[in-house]
Design a protein around this ligand. Structure first.
Ligand SMILES: Cc1cc2nc3c(=O)[nH]c(=O)nc-3n(C[C@H](O)[C@H](O)[C@H](O)COP(=O)(O)OP(=O)(O)OC[C@H]3O[C@@H](n4cnc5c(N)ncnc54)[C@H](O)[C@@H]3O)c2cc1C
Length: 428
């Protein structure tokens, strides 16, 4: 029986493991194993909502063991550290508990087909001081850590222990994450103030967004980005474009050729790269962002037994350029990878992957704005409630791919009930 190992249970990897489990695991045609360094999956585009407490992370976390049991695949907790292509094995680091005691030793797993789906991490572009002093929204742990320390600062201000009149938050990177985080932060402080905490309103926040290029949201059409720029200013944010940060220390960002910018809280959302250990791993081809170079079938360029999907894959588009590192692309890659693995097992020809950009919506606290792509690359601007619904739909489609439509509908209504009996912001 063929052994399929998928490393990384994120937007792409978990959907793929679920589909392969149902198709090949259930019938005994293949042994499907998912490996992830964590025990639970949370859809990464929700991280800014975890950071600002507007999301109930209990209901949105998916336990890998349960998902595996329900969908005929196995789950192995472990962090991939190496690949041996000759022996067709991967090495997983040992797992330690909260007291640093090893609970699972280093392990080696065999594969016939390996899928790399380990996502990406923030890219500091080697800027001195950024790694040490900035907050990155890379995983649940960092998002929760941010929320807890931000809440402590807010409560100290409210109780008078901290006498600041203004809280300087500086965000480097005006892509979707930086923009969405800005509006969520304003909403968060207003909502906490609504529960009676003195001095807490969005007026407390001095949010500055710093962008190296000449405009925010480079991936969106210029007029949509302009509209969102104005909206951010209405919220109260200050936007500095054409400003390149060359250094950071504990309380400042240093722009090239300009005065330092003071900051009480420093967030870095200026781009992503695949994890550093992927660089040239097992002599596979990688690019400058450490992504594994794949052919149009999503097989890595130097080894047809290894596929790569999602943020850790570098996949050229037929019309030029590369597939973007988005959840939308990871889902589409998972769907083609699934078909190609089934085809490979059945000795059938493989399909080629072509990214189909369905548009980009940016969530702006209570509303949303962006573009949807209708036919080809033709774009249609959308705003407000309709845009918010489309934004939510991408997550619902992800849930449907994991649980099916009926369970997803039940989850949506459970979430509604839960929201009606808890504070609108998670204050823990
Ligand atoms: C705040 C934020 C907002 C975003 N908003 C949007 C949006 O609105 N729309 C959109 O399309 N995209 C959005 N994105 C991007 C999107 O989240 C990613 O493109 C998408 O999650 C990539 O999917 P993936 O499967 O490649 O990786 P991920 O979903 O990141 O999953 C990677 C998995 O691999 C595991 N892993 C990592 N390293 C190892 C290892 N060494 N061994 C074992 N397991 C490992 C991780 O634990 C994780 O489970 C957003 C991202 C962020 C951070």
């Amino acid at each position: 029986m063929k052994k399929i190992v998928i490393v990384g249970g994120g937007a792409g990897g978990l959907a793929l493991a679920t589909q392969l489990g149902k198709k090949l695991g259930k019938s005994g045609k293949a042994d499907v194993t998912l490996v992830d360094k964590n025990t639970n999956h949370l859809w990464k585009p929700l991280l800014h909502e975890i950071a600002t407490g507007s999301l109930n992370d209990e209901l949105d976390n998916v336990n890998y063991l349960v998902q595996a049991k329900n969908n005929y695949f196995s789950f192995k907790q472990g962090q991939l550290i190496d690949i041996n292509r000759e022996q067709k094995t991967i090495k997983l680091n040992n797992i330690n508990d909260h007291q640093n005691q090893t609970i699972f030793p280093e392990t080696v797993l065999n594969y016939d087909i390996l899928v790399m789906a380990i996502g990406s991490t923030s890219n500091d572009f080697g800027t001195p001081g950024v790694k040490e002093n900035c907050i990155f929204l890379d995983d649940q742990e960092s998002a929760k850590k941010f929320r807890k320390s931000f809440l402590s600062t807010l409560f100290r201000i409210s109780s008078g222990l901290d006498t600041k009149d203004k809280l300087n938050i500086t965000i480097v990177g005006a892509g979707a994450t930086g923009v969405e985080m800005t509006t969520e932060l304003f909403k968060m402080v207003d909502t906490i103030g609504y529960y009676g905490f003195k001095k807490l309103s969005s007026e407390l926040l001095n949010i500055t967004i710093i962008e190296a290029t000449d405009r925010i949201l480079g991936a969106l059409p210029e007029n949509t980005a302009k509209d969102i720029h104005l909206k951010l200013e209405e919220f109260g944010a200050k936007i500095l474009t054409k400003t390149k940060i060359v250094k950071a220390d504990e309380n400042h960002f240093y722009p090239e050729g300009q005065e330092p910018i003071p900051a009480d809280i420093m967030l870095w959302t200026a781009g992503v790269k695949a994890p550093d250990f992927l660089k040239d791993i097992a002599a596979l081809e990688t690019n400058r962002a450490n992504q594994l170079v794949v052919k149009s079938t999503l097989q890595t360029s130097r080894d047809e037994a290894i596929f790569a999907i999602g943020d850790c894959a570098c996949c050229a588009k037929s019309g030029g350029g590369f597939t973007p590192a988005t959840a939308q692309a990871a889902h589409q890659m998972a769907a083609i990878c699934y078909k190609n693995i089934v085809a490979l097992i059945n000795n059938q020809p493989l399909k080629t992957f072509e990214y189909n950009n369905k548009g980009t919506i940016i969530s702006l606290a209570h509303t949303a704005q962006g573009v949807i792509t209708t036919i080809g690359e033709k774009q249609m601007g959308v705003k407000g409630w309709f845009a918010s619904c489309i934004y939510t739909m991408l997550y619902r489609f992800h849930q449907i791919s994991l649980f099916g439509i009926f369970k997803t509908l039940r989850l949506v209504s459970a979430n509604r009930v839960y929201r009606s009996i808890r504070t609108k912001i998670n204050m823990e």
